[in-house]
Ligand binder design. Structure first.
Ligand SMILES: [Zn+2]
Ligand SMILES: [Zn+2]
Length: 283
């Protein structure tokens, strides 16, 4: 390398600040990238900068030397690819996700901060760390959108609280609320659901109710799927691989914090690592 350690350190520390980011999680990544710029022979008088875009690192700095630029482009590509696996906030292993319509790369801990998770502790229901109500304060519960939404009415209060199946632990809450607080129609249905849940072969939880799984949303095998799949095994296998890919992070969040359903005992993963790699490549 043609520069001293002091020169490179100064260059790296000064230029890491030229990146417009949502946090400091990528700073080490950018330091490593800038260090590789130095190794490649970058002129330290030229500034390097960039930003976060669509959840990934972008760096547009180039020199006047075409040969050097070929090297620089390779370095940038390498770090852009690493950025979408690194949490923008803290630098832990992350994943590209959509939050409020924006693409961001976050670890599960930082992603979960943007999701309203229901927790039940003793008699109290929380949304993340703020308490919503006590189960004993509920006057009645109105269901909407079949079972996927509920409006909780509290006694001595005009306040309504709406929750839906997008809130992790929603079904845990649904089965924790005393049945007499629902209308007669739903009392019966809710009892039926929780008494008749079947094993979902796709996600491995006892969460299958009629035509879909309340946890992974997949449908159980039926013969009409023969139009699209060779057989049941092929269908379950492909659905399991899609779940592993987990593009909407739904499965990761459910694994992390949803306690609504029990794991099934005989769950079998039908694919191996090589098959998954192939599947992901073709996707
Ligand atoms: Zn993080
Ligand atoms: Zn499932």
């Amino acid at each position: 390398m043609k520069y001293s350690k002091q020169e490179t350190d100064q260059f790296v520390e000064a230029n890491v600040l030229n990146f417009q980011l949502n946090g400091t999680g990528w700073h080490q990544l950018i330091r490593d990238m800038l260090y590789e710029f130095c190794l490649a022979g970058w002129n330290l008088n030229n500034k390097v900068g960039g930003k976060e875009k669509f959840g990934g690192l972008r760096c547009y700095s180039l020199s006047e030397d075409d040969n050097l630029n070929n090297e620089i482009k390779k370095i940038i590509t390498k770090y852009e690819a690493l950025s979408v696996k690194t949490c923008e906030i803290c630098g832990s292993a992350g994943k590209l996700r959509v939050v409020n319509g924006w693409d961001v790369t976050l670890c599960i801990n930082h992603y979960i901060e943007d999701i309203d998770v229901i927790y039940i502790k003793d008699d109290t229901v929380f949304l993340n760390d703020h308490s919503l109500f006590k189960l004993s304060e509920i006057k009645k519960v109105e269901m909407s959108n079949s079972f996927e939404g509920m409006r909780v009415c509290l006694s001595g209060d005009e306040k309504h609280i709406s929750l839906n199946a997008g809130n992790p632990n929603y079904y845990l809450l649904l089965r924790s609320i005393p049945l007499h607080l629902f209308s007669e129609e739903y009392r019966h249905k809710i009892r039926l659901i929780f008494e008749n849940l079947k094993d979902c072969e796709i996600c491995g939880y006892k969460a299958l109710w009629e035509e879909h799984c309340l946890r992974c949303n997949d449908e159980p095998w039926r013969d009409s799927l023969l139009d699209d799949y060779e057989d049941k095994t092929e269908y379950v296998k492909q659905s399991q691989m899609l779940l592993r890919m987990d593009q909407d992070s739904y499965e990761e969040v459910a694994n992390f914090c949803d306690r609504s359903f029990e794991k099934t005992e005989n769950y079998r993963i039908l694919f191996n690592d090589d098959e998954f790699e192939e599947f992901e490549k073709d996707w």
